[in-house]
Write a protein that binds this ligand. Structure first.
Ligand code: GTP
Length: 603
């Protein structure tokens, strides 16, 4: 195929607007997959993706389409369906010359549509607006077209209408892809150069690299390297996704395909990197950045005896997800575990679900935290003065006396909602320290609201709250908005005056009392009464902000047997109690069961 007869495009859509169904239909209509075959939604591969109906890992497919007597090679480059992966979305878009903006004709424009539109728009890509699900009884194409023109200034004439489910309009859409999207710019005479836009791990063949070839060609047996890694690899297999990996002998400029090259770790294949021949270096594609984790959480086995099992489950998952950061961590209360860094909240949820589902391991996942930046004071006695420390673990928070200024990460959040919920949403955002940037109508019933919010305020339950406030009608999306100075405090917990370091959290000072109260009452409810009274306190820099008491109680397990108890039975009970104690952590002279820590630390 000459480059003029190649088209590389993506479908961008809000969750559930029908991206996978449309992709399936396109593959069917081009004969790439069999109609009768039971491989619906070939693009969504993981179990958790199926269950949650979201695409996490992008899957790409090539098809051949005949139009006006000519054969065209169409490369559908799938993009991950969620905000957490916006860097990956942006890299996938880099490999395309145009996009299909797919909007549910019943639901209309949603937060993700908005975010994805601007990603494509900022790259100057031609956008084909498409309404899906026009077969639905309550579809309201006219209203959605009005939204598209009012928000994005899209010309009503250019909007296509399809039913991905029934196949209506899909042929016209494939023709529009050929008509409205330009062929990839490419030069087959220049040295080989390709953009790496996705990768995955195959048990037998190692890492597969998905790439869009920009210049020249890549052939089986050639030695390649990546601009941002200094290692070389031999191409062991090269081919296209048709839709399963289909080996060829070479890939030419304009094409999209995969290579296997005995790469053993996805960490070596950073999305956005430039692939070239070892013998002829090229100018790398601009804008390369490594995805940076923004949400951190500790992961521990429910029971320490499952530590090895959990480790091997984690290792397997990490093989496929280079964007998860992982470091060994141990806590006196929870034992040996790991601290993981994720791109965002959904990324964390998906990872945790995979861990539990695919490996059958129950894990303790601690409440997520975000990376704060702490500027240290210039004090001679501390080693690093005036430095900026990244703190993603409260235990690493320096002493108040050493802190010059603290900063926290912010996001720009987009909310699209029926107008009736306006008041509730404003209240929620206010409670989460949000600042309104914009709020306007997108049609007679819907609003778009833009807020600046601290990431720390949305990592736990913002999305769930928003959904329940609006009966599921509001959609939310966010993007990174840098760091801002903030009044942060380390909130500590004390049992009879002894600090329990692993319970510490970093909070905005205005939230210290509220969070302190919550945790103190959880501790009161989960720590069993002991021979003496226990004071549970929350404090910030030595000042008590919340307090609960656990009354004293004498607990004698042999009491029932005082009169005429059998000695063996008595010993057995004492032994059982001793075993129970092993699972306790001593804080001063107070026994705290592991369950209490789990209750407080778990999300
Ligand atoms: P993500 O992978 O999460 O981005 O979702 P998606 O956009 O791929 O959505 P998917 O294709 O899974 O479709 C979501 C739901 O809408 C499914 O239940 C589909 O059967 C249904 N659906 C998709 N297209 C149509 C359509 O044209 N008409 C009707 N009635 N339903 C459709």
């Amino acid at each position: 195929f000459p480059a003029e007869r190649i088209r590389n495009f993506s479908i961008i859509a809000h969750i559930d607007h029908g991206k996978s169904t449309l992709a399936d239909r396109m593959l069917e209509m081009t004969g790439t997959i069999d109609k009768t075959q039971d491989n619906r939604q070939i693009l969504d591969k993981l179990q958790v993706e199926r269950e949650r109906g979201i695409t996490v890992k992008a899957q790409t497919a090539t098809m051949v389409y005949e139009f006006e007597g000519q054969q065209y090679l169409l490369n559908l480059i799938d993009t991950p369906g969620h905000v957490d992966f916006s860097y990956e979305v942006s890299r996938s878009l880099q490999a395309c010359q145009g996009v299909i903006l797919l909007v549910d004709a019943n639901q209309g424009v949603q937060a993700q549509t908005f975010a994805n539109f601007y990603l494509a728009f900022s790259k100057n890509l031609p956008i084909i607006p498409v309404l899906n699900k026009i077969d639905l009884k309550n579809a309201n194409p006219e209203r959605v077209i009005e939204q598209l023109s009012s928000i994005f200034e899209i010309d009503a004439e250019s909007v296509l209408k399809v039913s991905a489910k029934q196949g209506t309009g899909v042929n016209e859409l494939l023709q529009a892809v050929i008509d409205r999207i330009p062929p990839p710019p490419s030069d087959r005479n220049l040295p080989a150069k390709a953009l790496l836009f996705d990768s995955w791990y195959d048990k037998y063949k190692g890492v597969a690299l998905l790439m869009a070839v920009h210049n020249g060609s890549f052939k089986l047996g050639q030695h390649i390297t990546l601009a941002h890694a200094n290692k070389s690899f031999e191409i062991k297999e090269i081919g296209i996704m048709y839709p399963e990996p289909t080996p060829l002998t070479s890939l030419y400029a304009g094409q999209v395909g995969y290579i296997y090259c005995n790469m053993r770790s996805v960490k070596e294949a950073a999305v956005g990197d430039t692939i070239h021949l070892l013998s002829s270096p090229v100018e790398p594609f601009p804008g390369f950045a490594k995805a940076k984790p923004m949400v951190f959480a500790g992961v521990y086995p429910m029971d320490q005896s499952e530590h090895t099992q959990l480790r091997s489950a984690l290792e397997k998952l990490l093989l496929n997800d280079p964007s998860v950061e992982c470091a060994v961590e141990s806590s006196p209360a929870l034992g040996n575990g790991w601290r993981l860094g994720f791109l965002g909240v959904l990324h964390m949820d998906v990872f945790n679900q995979r861990l539990e589902q695919e490996y059958g391991t129950q894990v303790v996942l601690t409440a997520p935290s975000v990376p704060f930046k702490i500027k240290l004071k210039n004090i001679k006695s501390i080693k690093k003065t005036g430095d900026i420390l990244m703190v993603n673990n409260p235990e690493k928070m320096p002493n108040v006396q050493h802190i010059e200024e603290s900063f926290e990460p912010l996001v720009t959040g987009t909310i699209i909602t029926p107008s009736v919920y306006l008041g509730d949403i404003i209240a929620l955002c206010l409670e989460r320290r949000g600042v309104q940037i914009d709020s306007r109508n997108i049609d007679s019933e819907r609003l778009i609201m833009i807020y600046k919010l601290p990431l720390n305020e949305i990592v736990v339950d913002f999305y769930d709250k928003l959904k329940s406030l609006t009966s599921g009608y509001a959609s939310f999306d966010y993007e990174d908005a840098g760091y801002e100075s903030s009044n942060l405090s380390k909130l500590q917990f004390l049992l009879n005056g002894d600090p329990v370091e692993e319970l510490s959290v970093i909070v905005h000072t205005s939230k210290a009392r509220e969070v302190g109260k919550q945790v103190c009452s959880k501790l009161r409810d989960t720590i069993p009464r002991q021979q003496y009274q226990i004071q549970v306190q929350a404090c910030v820099g030595g000042k008590i902000v919340a307090r609960e008491d656990i009354k004293a109680l004498r607990k004698d397990v042999t009491q029932k047997l005082k009169y005429g108890g059998d000695i063996n039975r008595r010993n057995k009970l004492l032994k059982r109690q001793a075993e129970g104690k092993k699972r306790m952590r001593m804080v001063g002279n107070i026994e705290v069961p592991r369950e209490a820590f789990i209750k407080v630390l778990q999300r």
